[in-house]
Write a protein that binds this ligand. Structure first.
Ligand code: XUL
Length: 517
């Protein structure tokens, strides 16, 4: 009976999902919200406050406390912990965790009488982790680009990108050389959490590893020249890079306190987006995925590797083999939430009346809503940019107009900036806002594509449980997708809006050109 557990260590929460791939049922789930459940860490949205808006770090000890808590909640909720036969998971991409030479001994000797954070705190050589929202490494990106040239993008899948781990490591080496020297292992969030489960350093998978600006996707190994351009002695500090289907090791006896069987296989963890690709059943080319979460992402399995000529998009390893494309918008749900709050309305208004009271194209009122520095396109100075009537541009337009402008700005940007990936007749949506009918219809209309919803909104967590069943019990990904990720609803485009949205998208094209850095 392949009962498997998927864990998701994301920006704002830690989630767990147990699936039974014999019956096709979701058996149990649990979640920990960092802001609400672990308020003591001072990260209401999963990130530490910092005077520089470009700097975004999180405490890795918070993720460890969340792991203890989510497993105890799963057990308390009656999940069949003793029947779980394999585990895998995912982490928010790009974030890095820095460990000292004591980490090997500490990981191996985890004591069930103590908590994870109390034991692993002395293993950290850096108390905070830069995460994907950090945009503070422009200087380091330029230095790496200058040293490597265009090969950086064609071989690692992306040009130098501020949030990517390589530029972050370079900044750490430049600003804290002693701490860098004391670091013996650098993990991604995914490989760090996996290491804790197995009590030894785990490898980094190709899916998440490709988000570092260090992995040569053509050789499947860290690129020596890029490593040298990033920081000295880096190869020795990195775990090996391996395919996502490998078993990382057996579960450490520490986790028996949650009823889990020591020694069960833990499959390598991957990034949240690669994991979602599996969890929405889109591991083969042909279907694009839009994930509407803290960040909004657009991604798809690729028939062959190609890179974004505009330099915003990325190529990552597909956990099912081959590559996947991805573009990421930092102003996802955070921006939708800000507009809603500024207009003092509720979600029902945002997904309903705001869109029915205003016409497609919004009478030419357009907004690019960057409440935090944006990744796609690259915009380092936050702020809402507006085009349209004088009332709209001075922020005096009715709420419905402001909301439509914000949403059309997001979806038209997505259509424009994903064009290098290809055009798709079918898009699957996932993430919290995929339950918002107005936004889903808008996606169908702007892309003129069918939009499919699946039953499970937490597709990254589901992807972990599915990958565990696939890698450890040999269940084919195709049958797992049919069981857990079948489309439950299809939203068709309104063909009558095609011309309006084609014109609207063109107008956003020049607007974006004006505002990007
Ligand atoms: C992808 C990215 C984000 C994070 C957090 O490149 O930066 O989607 O993975 O979800």
């Amino acid at each position: 009976m392949p009962i498997t557990l998927g864990l998701d260590s994301s920006t704002q929460s830690m989630k767990a999902l147990v699936i039974d791939s014999d019956s096709g049922r979701i058996v149990a789930s649990a979640a920990v919200n960092f802001g609400k459940d672990l308020a003591g860490y001072g990260c209401p949205e999963g990130v530490l406050a910092h005077p520089d808006p470009l700097v975004k770090h999180s405490p890795p000890l918070m993720w460890l406390e969340a792991l203890d808590l989510v497993l105890s909640r799963l057990k308390a909720g009656g999940a069949p912990m003793g029947d779980i036969m394999a585990i895998s998971g995912d982490g928010q991409q790009h974030g890095s965790v820095y460990l000292n030479a004591d980490s090997d001994r500490i990981l191996a000797g985890l004591d069930p009488a103590r908590t994870l954070p109390s034991q692993l705190s002395p293993a950290l050589s850096r108390s905070t982790s830069p995460i994907w929202m950090d945009s503070s490494t422009s200087a380091e990106c330029r230095e790496i680009e200058e040293a490597i040239g265009p090969r950086l993008q064609t071989d690692t899948g992306s040009p130098a990108i501020e949030r990517f781990t390589g530029p972050q490591i370079r900044k750490f080496f430049k600003t804290c050389p002693e701490e860098y020297a004391r670091t013996s292992r650098i993990h991604l969030v995914s490989s760090f959490m996996c290491s804790v489960l197995i009590g030894k350093h785990a490898a980094i998978d190709f899916g998440d590893g490709a988000g570092m600006n260090l992995l040569n996707l053509k050789t499947g190994d860290w690129d020596s020249e890029v490593l040298d351009a990033t920081a000295p002695g880096l190869r020795a500090k990195l775990p090996p890079a391996r395919p996502a289907t490998e078993i990382a090791g057996g579960l450490h006896a520490y986790f028996a306190k949650y009823g889990l069987k020591p020694g069960i296989p833990v499959v390598l963890w991957t990034g949240d987006n690669p994991s979602s690709l599996i969890g929405v059943g889109a591991s083969e080319p042909g279907v694009a995925v839009i994930s509407l979460g803290t960040s909004d992402t657009f991604f798809a399995a690729m028939p062959a590797m190609k890179t974004d000529p505009e330099g915003c998009g990325h190529v990552f390893g597909n956990p099912a083999g081959g590559c996947m494309s991805l573009i990421c918008f930092k102003n996802g749900s955070l921006a939708r939430e800000r507009v809603k709050d500024e207009c003092n309305v509720d979600w029902a208004y945002v997904e309903g009346a705001a869109l029915t009271e205003t016409p497609p194209g919004n009478h030419g009122n357009r907004a690019l809503s960057y409440y935090v520095p944006e990744i796609t396109p690259r915009v380092l100075t936050p702020g809402v940019r507006r085009q349209g009537t004088p009332d709209f541009c001075t922020g005096k337009a009715p709420s419905a107009v402001k909301i439509r402008a914000a949403l059309e700005g997001q979806v038209c940007s997505m259509r424009l900036l994903s064009a290098w990936i290809g055009s798709f007749k079918t898009i699957r949506v996932t993430g919290g806002a995929s339950r918002n009918k107005g936004i889903v219809q808008l996606i169908a209309d702007v892309f003129q594509a069918e939009v499919q919803l699946i039953a499970v909104a937490d597709s990254a967590t589901l992807g972990g449980a599915m990958r565990a069943a696939h890698a450890a019990a040999g269940v084919p990904l195709k049958s797992l997708a049919a069981q857990f990720a079948a489309a439950t609803e299809t939203v068709r485009p309104d063909k009558g809006t095609a011309n309006t949205y084609a014109a609207c998208t063109e107008a956003y094209k020049s607007f974006i050109r004006e505002v990007r850095d």
